[in-house]
Ligand binder design. Structure first.
Ligand code: SF4
Ligand code: SF4
Length: 351
């Protein structure tokens, strides 16, 4: 069982050390990992607080569902240990609060609403105009972003603080289902908010799940692309590991082979965006590791499900000859809306 943020369960933790022994960044021995876990439980300034890159892999790997990252994140905030400077964290929050609210009413109120949150600038241009989203109400702007980014800035209390408003704003749309383009928001609504005790009065639909539904409905109109492609798994998906099945379904329906590579699944590696300010070399290293791994295993393209990873890794993917593709574009390609070709992120106004 994967537990959500701020819900470290000390009683479930038997101090086996397996979580931090497997941490891709710490490289601890079992003994050191156990000592670190004990220090975390005592609330001390454990070494892992400054080593952690907030990939959340330890929450997924803990066999007891104790959620060690929740403890790490809470102590990072308590001790002021952050991946980003205080100035940068405040700037992020100011920018997140400044994206204007927009609602474009869909033609069929029985259909879900599609939330672009504050990520419109990071998505493929005019993504929501695709036939994939025909009739859906489209919403975007600050009220529809979950603030899950603060699990990476070392301020998880801000994520929790915004949760009720976030759910309330979406609930006010009055739709039975909300489709989320951003894993951050899907995880907030499907996992974290219920964990905080907030009632979620709509069904949460992951973007890849929605794409699968549309592709299933289109049946014989869907062309099999017959390509070998790597997937860049977003860190936050560690809190909703079932979403990986939705990715596999999109790949199956579009005739894509997901290459088996080192940095996928449980062993996935962060795109590095959160390290850019304080640790640019570590950030570049993560990008290059992912790209080299995909190429080594025969991938022609890298598919992204997270708009941030897509925007961040598009240029280096292009430079390395690996076509960047956002997952909705993959569905558009299979439906003949656009040709199969590199579809890098195009820089425009950002939050
Ligand atoms: S958090 Fe889980 S994996 Fe880590 S020491 Fe505790 S029980 Fe073991
Ligand atoms: S979140 Fe990732 S980097 Fe941080 S301790 Fe857990 S596994 Fe290591």
């Amino acid at each position: 069982m994967i537990r959500g943020i701020l819900m470290f369960n000390a009683d479930s933790c038997d101090e086996c050390g397996s979580c931090l022994e497997q941490c891709p960044d710490a490289q601890y021995s079992r003994e050191k990992a156990i000592a670190e876990v004990r220090a975390l439980k005592q609330g001390l300034t454990a070494d892992i607080l400054s080593t952690c890159i907030t990939c959340m892999a330890c929450n997924e790997s803990c066999p007891n569902g104790a959620a060690p990252f929740d403890r790490i994140s809470m102590l990072q905030e308590q001790h002021g240990i952050r991946l980003v400077s205080g100035g940068r964290a405040r700037m992020i929050e100011t920018q997140l609060n400044s994206v204007p609210k927009r609602i474009i009413a869909g033609s069929d109120s029985r259909l879900p609403a599609l939330s672009l949150c504050v990520m419109e600038h990071a998505l493929p241009p005019n993504m929501a105009d695709s036939g994939l989203f025909k009739g859906l109400t489209i919403v975007s702007g600050s009220p529809y972003y979950s603030r899950v980014v603060h699990l990476h800035t070392g301020m998880p209390s801000l994520t929790q603080e915004h949760a009720a408003d976030f759910i309330g704003n979406l609930a006010a749309l009055g739709r039975k289902e909300i489709v989320f383009v951003h894993d951050d928001c899907y995880v907030m609504a499907a996992v974290l908010a219920p964990g905080y005790g907030i009632e979620v009065p709509f069904v949460c639909v992951h973007l890849a799940d929605w794409l699968s539904r549309v592709l299933e409905e289109k049946g014989s109109e869907v062309q099999r692309l017959g390509k070998k492609i790597a997937f860049q798994r977003p860190c936050i998906a560690r809190l909703a590991p079932w979403t990986d099945r939705y990715i596999d379904t999109v790949f199956r329906l579009t005739g894509i082979e997901r290459v088996t590579r080192r940095y996928d699944g449980m062993n996935a590696t962060c795109c590095g965006i959160g390290l850019m300010e304080k640790y640019p070399e570590r950030s570049r290293d993560l990008v290059q590791k992912n790209i080299a791994d995909a190429l080594k295993h025969g991938a022609e393209a890298m598919v992204f499900g997270c708009p941030s990873c897509y925007a961040f890794m598009s240029a280096p993917c292009m430079a390395a000859g690996l076509a960047p593709i956002f997952i909705s574009d993959l569905a558009c390609m299979a439906l003949g809306e656009i040709p199969f070709e590199p579809r890098p992120h195009i820089r425009r106004d950002s939050v």
